[in-house]
Structures are given as structure tokens and as C-alpha cells.
Design a protein around this ligand. Structure first.
Ligand SMILES: O=C[C@H](O)COP(=O)(O)O
Length: 317
């Protein structure tokens, strides 16, 4: 299934009442989030299957100033063959790829050629990570990446509109970005670590979904605080509220600092509890991660062989 086959979020007219109605019980959210990692919601013998599913939902990412075509080609090769064939065979999987690759605009042509249509190419955009370049150039960057073959665009929102409570401005900018994406799927990066409160996270989630975002994504990976469980719980609840109001299922993408296999399982267990099995698929969930795949592959090797490829690795807690 390619991006263009997937349903798109048509959005809904901006409704300030929806934003004003937002309520977040922060202490309760923090308490609930604190209990999640301790729960053994995934049985040990199911872990391999969950880890393989996590791999299929990774946007394998490189977003560094020293990125080169060679590095991006190696990233794409890994995305197309993320787990050793002997390990896949041992866990009974015929084939596996990551959900997508995610790169800066200038690396899109290299990635498009390297993946040869087998998985989507996502481009970060709109002046990533700060999102403070001239607005017309932010829209132009989207258009250029789509023209270069990116079928998924990860935009960054203007945090100042959230911090000022200017929800109409946030809606308007996001809607214009969505229009610039044309057929490409749009993920709205909220940079939640810079939004101050969980209430602002919930409001920004609702506004960007009303403006037509197909996914909402926690972070650029460049903030001081990126994906967390309390923020994830809040954004998943926003997605559920939007589905109830608009009848559309928006995807969720935690990004930044998700680097351990046990964390991936925790996120998936939370997703299953909060949104249900339908979200446990690449069209509605992605990890934005650059190093998570390495730890998952090491855990899969231990599951199959009883050994770790490097001595410093520890079993999933
Ligand atoms: O989605 C993109 C993030 O920048 C990935 O962050 P990470 O390098 O901490 O995995």
C-alpha cells in the first residue's frame, strides 16, 4: 500500500470551542505514565514478534549536518534489510523492512533512488528543526521535497503560536503546509519539549489535526526533551478525541531518544491500550529513530541465539 492509497485527513474548520474545551489532568497523566514501563504487558515469548512489528514501524532516520549521499545509501540499504536473514528465518518472518526512511530535503533524491519505491521516503521540512525561516520558503521547501519524490513530509510547527495561545494562526499555517504537501502525507512535529504544558500539547494536537495533519509527531529529536510517555499518552488521547469528533484516525509518531528495544515495547503496549490494535500498523504508527533498530536487532539475536553481538548489551528488563 503506497501513501497515495491511504486515506487522507481532510481536517475540519477551525473551531476555537474545541480548543477551549481541552482539559488535561496532569498529575493523573504523570501517574499513569509512570506505571506503564513496570507492567509486563508483553510476555517474553511474544517479545520477538513485537520487536519485529516495531521494526516495520520505524522511520529510519539520519538528520545530521554531516549527512552524505553515502551515509543515506547505507541507511536505505539497512531500511530495506533491517534484520539478518538467519534471525528472520528463526522467528518465522519471510521478509521485513522499516516503515520508511527520513532525511533532510537535499538527501531526498539519493534516498528515492536507493529505496526504489519499496518503502516511503519522508523529508523533514519547513525549516526543520526550528521552523523559523520565512514562511513562503517553508512552503516552498515542502513543494521541492514532494517534487523530488518524498511521499511523506514531516513539518515543524511555529511553537510561538502555541506559547501565545494563537490557535487560529497555528491552524492557518498548518493548513497551508498541508495544501503544499498535495498528495504527500503530512506529519506535524509539535516539538512538545518546547510547549511548556501537557495542556498546550493537547491543544496543539487538536489544532494540527483539525488543519489536516495525517500524523502528529512529538519532536524533532533536537529539543532538550523529546518523546516521553506522558506526552505520548496526551497525544494519543487527542487522537482518540479527534477520531470521535471527525471520524478520522490520525497516526502517531514518537521521535527523539527512543533508542532501546524495551522502550519500543513500552510505547507499543501504551498504543494498544490507548488506541487499540488498529494503530499497531505502519500506516498509523511510526517511531522516529536513528539508533533503535540497532538495539532491536541485538535483542532479536539474543532471542534466537542466546548471545549478544556485543558484551555491553543487557536483556530487556
Ligand atoms: O525523527 C527523528 C528524530 O530526530 C530521531 O531522533 P533520535 O536520533 O534520537 O532517534
Amino acid at each position: 500500500m503506497t501513501a497515495s492509497d491511504l486515506p487522507r485527513n481532510a481536517g475540519m474548520p477551525f473551531d476555537p470551542a474545541v480548543v477551549e474545551a481541552v482539559r488535561v489532568n496532569t498529575p493523573a497523566t504523570l501517574r499513569r505514565a509512570a506505571t506503564i514501563p513496570a507492567r509486563r504487558s508483553v510476555k517474553k515469548d511474544h517479545q520477538a514478534a513485537w520487536l519485529a512489528r516495531a521494526v516495520s514501524m520505524i522511520d529510519l532516520t539520519t538528520l545530521s549536518g554531516d549527512d552524505t549521499p553515502g551515509r543515506v545509501r547505507r541507511l536505505c540499504a539497512k531500511a530495506l534489510s533491517p534484520v539478518r536473514a538467519d534471525l528472520l528465518e528463526a522467528i518465522g518472518l519471510p521478509d521485513l523492512t522499516t516503515g520508511a526512511v527520513c532525511v533532510y530535503h537535499d538527501m531526498v533524491p539519493v534516498a528515492v533512488e536507493a529505496v526504489a519505491g519499496r518503502i516511503p521516503v519522508a523529508a523533514v521540512s519547513t525549516g526543520f528543526p526550528a521552523g523559523l525561516s520565512p514562511f513562503h520558503l517553508r512552503l516552498r521547501e515542502i513543494e521541492e521535497s514532494v517534487a523530488a519524490g518524498a511521499t511523506e513530509i514531516d513539518i515543524v510547527i511555529s511553537r510561538r503560536h502555541v506559547l501565545a495561545g494563537d490557535w487560529a494562526a497555528l491552524y492557518d499555517e498548518t493548513a497551508q503546509m498541508r495544501a503544499a504537501c498535495r498528495d504527500a502525507h503530512m506529519k506535524a512535529i509539535l516539538a512538545t519539549g518546547e510547549l511548556g504544558t501537557l495542556k498546550n500539547v493537547m491543544k496543539a494536537s487538536m489544532v494540527t489535526m483539525m488543519a489536516g495533519s495525517d500524523f502528529i509527531k512529538t519532536s524533532t529529536g533536537k529539543e532538550a526533551v523529546n518523546a516521553t510517555l506522558p506526552v505520548s499518552l496526551t497525544m494519543m488521547r487527542a487522537i482518540r478525541a479527534y477520531d470521535a469528533a471527525a471520524g478520522f484516525k490520525v497516526g502517531y509518531k514518537p521521535a527523539g531518544g527512543v533508542s532501546k528495544a524495551k522502550d519500543a515495547i513500552t510505547y507499543l503496549a501504551l498504543l494498544k491500550e490507548e488506541l487499540g490494535d488498529r494503530w499497531l500498523r505502519p500506516d498509523l504508527f511510526r517511531f522516529g529513530a536513528s539508533s533503535l533498530l540497532g538495539d532491536i536487532e541485538r535483542q532479536l539475536e539474543h532471542h534466537v541465539t542466546g548471545r549478544y553481538s556485543s558484551s555491553h548489551r543487557h536483556a530487556i528488563g
